[in-house]
Design a protein around this ligand. Structure first.
Ligand code: ZN
Ligand code: ZN
Length: 358
């Protein structure tokens, strides 16, 4: 993974001499090398790329960073701001972009005092670049999706009355790591019966009972990229209402997916799914948006939400996850991830989604 050239190519449009990347996800996107939290910084100038980190990472960074990246180590009295200033002086940089959306006030003050250049807010560039996935990123995301699907397939054989939400969540985590994930995209959500009305409920000691829905929202990381998927299954039997809610959510998802393509706004995609839920009389019970961008982070740009009036770009990967949540009674969410193309979209989630009664 090496996206430094994409960044360099945009410096001139933004009238920047360089861009300083301090955010963990952006550093990884740019370099393909992962250093945790605040343990690194990348400085992309029009002439060169620098990566600053500390001695715990130097050897690994040296192996993993793309050819040509200048690696420098922070040390006592020579922190990130000091290393940045050395380049500012050597290359006579006057306008340096920084990630205004992420940098703490304390760090900003530290850089501002240490640097002899102007600091220009530029977080928006990386949001824009990261929206469009290249072939290597798509491949990682499809692989992450396949791993989550294998875990789901195994867990379906283990869900029965008496098993707790927490046990299912623990097994899902184990299975995704077992099948090759490096991490979870987020802690799996497993909610059953009345807990299903909590869209982001935390798995509890509650045992699954016959006649309940079980909603599982899971995703893992592979080669630095996330997957995200939700399936709701029933145990034992379903009522007419459960079936109606499930079929409505499934039809809403299909409508959103049918509307999703590059050039259409996030609002229009969300609206296509929302209309189905509203027509079925459940409009008040679908509180969140249809989808969010997925990539290095589990939630990133662009959103398929009523707020997003911007056309979605080709190459974006977004979730398609309508839900209906009846407070204190039940909930259903079905989530795939889709890749937007000029003609439409490609659903990269293959797990079956017709109503399954275990
Ligand atoms: Zn999800
Ligand atoms: Zn999601």
């Amino acid at each position: 993974m090496d996206h430094f050239a994409n960044i360099t190519a945009h410096l001139a449009d933004l009238e920047l001499d360089a861009l300083l990347l301090t955010n963990e996800a952006n550093r990884f996107y740019a370099s393909g090398f992962h250093s945790a939290g605040t343990d690194g910084a990348a400085l992309v100038t029009r002439r060169a790329v620098y990566y600053f980190t500390d001695s715990r990472y130097t050897e690994a960074a040296g192996r993993a960073l793309p050819d040509g990246v200048v690696l420098r180590e922070v040390g006592r009295g020579r922190g990130y701001a000091a290393l940045t200033e050395e380049v500012v002086q050597a290359e006579r940089l006057s306008r340096v972009g920084f990630e205004d959306a992420y940098m703490t006030v304390a760090d900003y003050e530290r850089y501002r005092k240490a640097l002899s250049c102007q600091l220009v807010p530029a977080a928006e560039l990386l949001w824009r670049l990261r929206q469009v996935k290249d072939a290597e990123e798509r491949e990682a995301m499809v692989a992450a999706q396949r791993i989550a699907e294998r875990a789901l397939e195994d867990i379906l054989g283990e869900i029965r009355p008496g098993v707790t939400e927490k046990e299912i969540a623990a097994r899902l985590q184990y299975l995704m790591l077992h099948y090759g994930a490096s991490d979870m995209s987020f802690d799996p959500i497993v909610v059953s019966g009345p807990n299903g009305s909590l869209p982001h409920g935390v798995p509890s000691e509650k045992a699954i009972q016959s006649g309940e829905f079980v909603t599982m929202d899971l995703g893992c990381v592979y080669h630095g990229y996330c997957s995200d998927m939700t399936r709701t299954v029933a145990v034992g039997h379903v009522t007419e209402e459960m079936r109606a809610v499930y079929e409505t959510v499934l039809a809403a998802q299909a409508a959103g997916i049918a509307a999703a393509r590059a050039g259409v706004t996030g609002r229009a995609v969300d609206g296509a799914a929302r209309a189905v839920i509203e027509q079925a009389g459940y409009g008040a019970y679908f509180g969140h948006s249809f989808g969010h961008g997925v990539g290095v982070e589990i939630h990133e740009s662009p959103n398929a939400s009523p707020m997003n009036e911007t056309p979605l770009p080709a190459g974006a990967v977004i979730s398609a996850e309508p839900g209906i949540y009846l407070p204190g009674r039940l909930g259903v969410r079905i989530e795939d991830v889709i890749l937007l193309t000029e003609e439409g979209c490609e659903d990269i989630t293959l797990a079956p989604k017709e109503l399954l009664i275990l």
